[in-house]
Design a protein around this ligand. Structure first.
Ligand code: PEP
Ligand code: MG
Length: 884
C-alpha cells in the first residue's frame, strides 16, 4: 500500500532516525485515480490537507506562506523499485511570493534561486509534459556566457535570468500561466506522479522485469531538506556493503552543495564517502551508525539516500540494495556468519538467475594480452558492472535495439544514460558512458541486469550526433567493434574472446550451493556432449549427464560430412537390404521343392547388396562413426567417474545437417530414423557397450543409460528395445564381459501421444526423461524454429504469460508431464523420471518439476548452479527437506 519508499520511510521514522516529516498516499488511491476518478476526489483532498497540516506543524512552516514557506517533494514509490522510471517533483511550494521569504529565511539568495529554477524545470517536464532540452539549453547558454564550468558558479543575476527564461519557456510551451498557488501545484504534482505509473518507460520496465501492471504507485509528500544550501550541505547515496563485491564496508558517493537528482544524473563527478570521513567526520560517523542500524533492522544490505543540510544529516530513503550476483552471494554467506540471517534465508536471498550470472564471461588472458600488446586499450572508466563483452559500437538506443534484433552484438555508448535508454540497454551486450558515477543510472540498471558497464569515462568524448567516440587520439565510429570489461573499467578497440570464472574463485559460491544441496529434493544433472562441458558441469555440481545429444557429437567439420553421407546413403542401403530381406522371407515361406529359383535371386541380390557403392559407403561411415562414438562415450564416462551418463540415441533433424525435409522438426528424426535405419542405433549401442567395458576395466565406475528419442507409440519402443538388448548381449559376449555392466534403457517423453499413453510405455523402460522442448512444440503446435514471428506479440498482448520454451507451460505441457509421471509410475513403480528440455534450468519450471514428483532436472552446464539453488528454494517453499 505504501510502496517501497513510503513503507521504509515510515519504518525509519519509527526507529527515530532523522527523517524529514512526510505522509504517503497509497497505491490504492493511485489505482482509484487511474481507473475511476481521473481527478483527486474530495475525501482524498481533505485527507491530504489534514496530513499536510501535520507536516506544517512539525516544521513550523506553511506551504505557500510568504514569510515562512514550507517546500515539499512529491515522489513516486511502487512496491517494487523501478529506478528512474516514474516521476518526482522537488522544491514544490516555491513561487514569486515565497521566494523572497525563503531567501530571507535561509539567508541565501543563490540557493533560493537555484531551487526555484529546479522546480520550474521539474514541474514543467513532469506536470506540463514539456521536454527538458529547452531548459538545458538555457543553462548551457548562461554557463558559456559567464565562462563557468558548473551551475554553482553562475552569478546571481544570471540565475535570476535563468529563472525568468525558464518560466517563459514553460508558459510558451504549455499555453498557460505558470501555476502560482502552492496547494494547486501540489495536487497537480500528485496526479502527475500517479499518472507516471503508466508512462511508456515504466510499462516497458515492468514488462521486462515481470512486475504486474495493476500495482500502482504510492505518492510520498515530504518536507524538503536541502543539500544545495551551501558548502556545508551535501546529498549522497550510500550502500551498507559494496554492491559490486559484497564487501562489508560503507560505500557510496556524495556531492557537496547539490540536490539528489544531480548525483543520479551524473552531471558532476561525486566524491566518495571516504572523503566525507575526512571532511565531516562527525556526520560520517553518524551516517555509518545509521547504516549499521538499518542493516540490523532490515537484516539485509541497504541502499540509502541522505542529505546534509547545513551540517545536519537527514535520511531520505532506504531500500534493499541492488547488487551484483557476486555481491549477492558474498553478502548472503557472510550475513550467515555474522548471525544476521540463517542458511535458509541465505538460500532464499540469492536468485537462480543471479547465481548463473556469476559465471559471467571475462576476457581470456591470452586474448587480452594480445589486445594490450597491440595497444588496443584506449582507456579506462569506472568499473560499474562486471562482465566482459565485445560488440559493435552504437550511439543510440533505437539503433542498438534494431541491430540486436537483426542478430548483431552491440555495445551502447552514451554520454550518460537515462530511463529513455532502457530498450537500448536491454538490447546491448554492454554499456559505456562518459559521465556519471557508480550510482548513476547506467551503473545501477546494468548491475541489476547482470550486464557489463563502464561508466564515467570522462577522458572520452562521446559525440552521439556525429556517432564517434574519440579518446587520446583514437577515434571509433559507429559499427566498429569494441570490447569492455565492466570489472576493471577497461575499454579496447576490436574484439576480445571471453571465458567464464571457476566456481572456487567466487567468494561464498561453494558454501551457498553446499547449503542448497542439503535442502533440495530434486537431483540436478546436465546436458553435455563433450568431456570439457561435462567437466565444467561437474565442477558446477552436476550429478551426472541427463542428456548427451549424440548428433551434437557430429557438428565438428570432419564429422558432419560423415553423418550427412550416412543419412544420404541410408536410403539406398535400406532399400537394397529390404530386397534381400523380402526374398529371405519368401524363401522361408515356400516348400522345399520350389526354392531353387528364389535361392538364385537371393544370391544375386546378396551380391548386388554387398557390392553396391552406397551400401559400402554407408557401412564405412557407420564403422568410422562407431570408433568416434566409442572414444566420445569413454571420454564422458571417465569425466563422470560413476555418475550416470544418459546417452540419447541419434536424433538428427534434417535441417540441422543441411539436408532438406518439408517439416524437419516433425520429420524423419529420432526413433523414426532408428526404426527405418536400425544400423545407426545398433552402431551407437555397440559403441556405448564397448566404451563402458573399456572404462570399467580401467577401474572407473560406469552408469550408462540409453535413451530413445521421439517415441509416440509403445510399439516403437518395443521393437527398438529388443534390438538394443540383443546388440548389448552380443557385444558384451564378444568382449568377454557378459553381465559386467547394467545398461538402463529409457525413453524421452516429448511427443504428446507418448505422455498420454505413458502407462503402456513405462513397463518397457527404466526411465522417462521429458523432452520439454519438443513436448512444448508439439503441445502448442508452435515450431521451435520460428516462433520469433509471433511470440513477441503474444507476450506483449499477454496472451501468454511467458515464453513457453523458457518457462514451462504448467497448465498444458505441465498437465501432460504430471499425467505421464503418475500413470508411468503406476505401471512401473521403479520408473525414474527426469526432464532434460531447456526448462530444467529455469527456476519456475524447477519448482513445478518438484511438485510433479520428478526425480531430477537436467540443464546446460552454466545453469547447473542456478538449478541447484532453485531446487533448494523449491524444497524450502514446500517446507520439505531431502531425506538423506
Ligand atoms: C527436448 O525436446 O526437450 C530435448 C531435450 O531434445 P532436443 O532439444 O534435442 O530435441
Ligand atoms: Mg527433443
Amino acid at each position: 500500500l505504501l510502496g517501497g519508499k513510503g513503507a521504509n520511510l515510515a519504518e525509519m521514522a519509527s526507529l527515530d532516525l532523522p527523517v524529514p516529516p512526510a505522509f504517503t498516499i497509497t497505491t490504492e488511491a493511485c489505482n482509484r485515480y487511474l481507473n475511476e476518478e481521473r481527478q483527486l476526489w474530495p475525501e482524498l483532498v481533505a485527507e491530504i490537507e489534514q496530513h499536510l497540516e501535520g507536516i506544517e506543524e512539525k516544521t513550523g512552516r506553511r506551504l505557500g506562506d510568504p514569510e515562512n514557506p514550507l517546500l515539499v517533494s512529491v515522489r513516486s514509490g511502487a512496491k517494487f523499485s523501478m529506478p528512474g522510471m516514474m516521476d518526482t517533483i522537488l522544491n514544490l511550494g516555491i513561487n514569486d511570493d515565497t521566494v523572497a521569504g525563503l531567501a530571507r529565511l535561509t539567508g541565501d539568495e543563490r540557493f533560493t534561486l537555484d531551487s526555484q529554477r529546479r522546480f520550474i524545470d521539474l514541474f514543467s517536464r513532469v506536470v506540463l509534459q514539456i521536454p527538458g532540452d529547452a531548459f538545458e539549453e538555457v543553462l548551457d547558454k548562461w554557463r558559456r556566457k559567464e565562462a563557468v564550468a558548473t551551475d554553482a558558479e553562475l552569478s546571481l543575476s544570471a540565475l535570476r535570468e535563468v529563472v525568468a527564461e525558464y518560466r517563459q519557456i514553460a508558459e510558451e510551451k504549455s499555453g498557460e500561466r505558470f501555476p502560482t498557488d502552492a496547494r494547486d501545484q501540489m495536487k497537480r504534482a500528485i496526479t502527475a506522479v500517479f499518472s507516471s505509473w503508466n508512462n511508456p518507460r515504466a510499462i516497458a520496465y515492468r514488462n521486462h522485469e515481470g512486475v504486474p501492471h495493476d500495482l500502482g504507485t504510492a505518492a510520498n509528500v515530504q518536507a524538503m531538506v536541502f543539500g544545495n544550501a551551501g558548502e556545508d550541505s551535501a546529498t549522497g547515496v550510500a550502500f551498507t556493503r559494496d554492491p559490486a563485491t559484497g564487501e562489508r564496508r560503507l560505500y557510496g558517493e556524495y556531492l557537496p552543495n547539490a540536490q539528489g537528482e544531480d548525483i543520479v544524473a551524473g552531471i558532476r563527478t561525486p566524491k566518495t564517502v571516504e572523503n566525507l570521513q575526512q571532511e565531516m567526520p562527525v556526520l560520517y560517523d553518524e551516517l555509518a551508525a545509521i547504516a549499521q542500524r538499518l542493516e540490523q533492522h532490515f537484516r539485509d544490505a541497504q541502499d540509502i539516500e541522505f542529505t546534509i543540510e547545513r551540517k545536519k544529516l537527514y535520511m531520505l530513503q532506504t531500500r534493499s540494495a541492488k547488487r551484483t550476483a557476486a555481491a549477492a552471494v558474498r553478502m548472503a554467506v557472510e550475513m550467515v556468519g555474522e548471525g544476521l540471517i540463517n542458511r535458509r534465508d541465505a538460500i532464499e536471498r540469492v536468485s537462480a538467475d543471479d547465481i548463473n550470472k556469476l559465471v559471467v564471461p571475462v576476457f581470456k588472458d591470452e586474448a587480452k594480452a594480445v589486445a594490450v600488446s597491440e595497444k588496443r586499450m584506449i582507456g579506462k572508466g569506472l568499473n560499474a558492472s562486471p562482465g566482459a563483452a565485445s560488440g559493435l559500437l552504437v550511439f543510440d538506443s533505437d539503433e542498438a535495439d534494431a541491430r540486436a534484433k537483426s542478430g548483431q552484438a552491440v555495445i551502447l555508448a552514451r554520454e550518460e544514460t537515462s530511463a529513455d535508454d532502457i530498450h537500448g540497454i536491454f538490447a546491448a551486450r554492454g554499456v559505456l558512458t562518459a559521465r556519471g558515477g557508480m550510482t548513476s543510472h547506467a551503473a545501477v540498471v546494468t548491475r541489476g541486469l547482470g550486464k557489463p558497464a563502464v561508466v564515467g569515462w570522462s577522458e572520452a568524448h562521446i559525440d552521439v550526433r556525429k556517432k564517434v567516440l574519440s579518446v587520446n587520439g583514437t577515434t571509433v565510429h559507429e559499427g566498429d567493434p569494441v570490447s569492455i570489461d565492466g570489472a576493471t573499467g577497461e575499454v579496447f578497440t576490436g574484439e576480445i574472446e571471453t571465458f567464464v570464472r571457476r566456481p572456487e574463485q567466487i567468494s561464498g559460491f561453494g558454501e551457498l550451493l553446499a547449503w542448497a544441496d542439503g535442502e533440495r529434493k530434486l537431483g540436478v544433472r546436465t546436458n553435455a556432449d563433450s568431456p570439457e562441458d561435462a567437466r565444467r558441469a561437474v565442477e558446477f555440481g552436476a550429478e551426472g549427464i541427463g542428456l548427451c545429444r549424440t548428433e551434437h557429437m557430429f557438428f565438428a567439420p570432419d564429422r558432419v560430412e560423415r553423418i550427412k553421407g550416412l543419412l544420404q546413403n541410408a536410403e539406398a542401403f535400406a532399400s537394397l537390404q529390404g530386397r534381400v530381406e523380402s526374398l529371405e522371407a519368401e524363401l522361408a515361406a515356400v516348400p522345399s521343392g520350389g526354392r531353387a529359383e528364389i535361392e538364385k535371386r537371393l544370391h544375386i541380390a546378396h551380391i548386388e547388396f554387398e557390392s553396391h557403392a552406397e551400401v559400402r559407403a554407408y557401412r564405412k561411415a557407420l564403422a568410422e562413426m562407431e570408433e568416434f562414438q566409442c572414444d566420445d562415450f569413454a571420454g564422458l564416462l571417465r569425466v563422470l567417474e560413476g555418475r550416470p551418463l544418459t546417452i540419447r540415441l541419434l536424433d538428427a533433424p534434417a535441417h540441422e545437417f543441411g539436408l532438406h525435409e518439408a517439416n524437419p522438426m516433425l520429420g524423419h528424426r529420432g526413433s523414426r530414423l532408428g526404426i527405418t535405419h536400425p544400423g545407426v542405433y545398433e552402431m551407437q549401442m555397440r559403441a556405448i557397450v564397448r566404451a563402458s567395458v573399456e572404462v570399467k576395466r580401467e577401474g572407473v565406475e560406469v552408469h550408462p543409460e540409453v535413451m530413445v528419442p521421439l517415441i509416440g507409440h509403445v510399439n516403437e519402443m518395443r521393437g527398438l528395445r529388443a534390438r538394443l538388448v540383443k546388440v548389448t548381449a552380443q557385444t558384451l559376449a564378444e568382449l568377454g564381459a557378459p553381465g559386467l555392466i547394467e545398461f538402463k534403457i529409457g525413453t524421452m517423453i516429448e511427443v504428446p501421444r507418448a505422455a498420454l499413453t505413458a502407462a503402456a510405455i513405462a513397463p518397457e523402460v527404466s526411465f522417462f526423461s521429458f523432452g520439454s522442448n519438443d513436448l512444448t512444440q508439439m503441445t502448442f503446435g508452435f515450431s521451435r524454429d520460428d516462433t520469433g514471428r509471433f511470440l513477441p506479440t503474444y507476450l506483449e498482448q499477454e496472451i501468454l504469460p511467458a515464453d513457453p520454451f523458457v518457462t514451462l507451460d504448467v497448465d498444458g505441457v505441465g498437465r501432460l508431464i504430471r499425467l505421464a509421471t503418475d500413470e508411468g509410475r503406476k505401471a512401473n513403480p521403479d520408473l525414474k523420471v527426469g526432464i532434460c528440455g531447456e526448462h530444467g534450468g529455469d527456476a519456475a519450471s524447477v519448482l513445478f518439476c518438484q511438485d510433479a514428483g520428478l526425480d531430477y532436472v537436467s540443464c546446460s552446464p552454466y545453469r547447473v548452479p542456478g538449478a541447484r539453488l532453485a531446487a533448494a528454494q523449491a524444497a524450502l517453499s514446500t517446507g520439505g527437506r531431502r531425506d538423506v
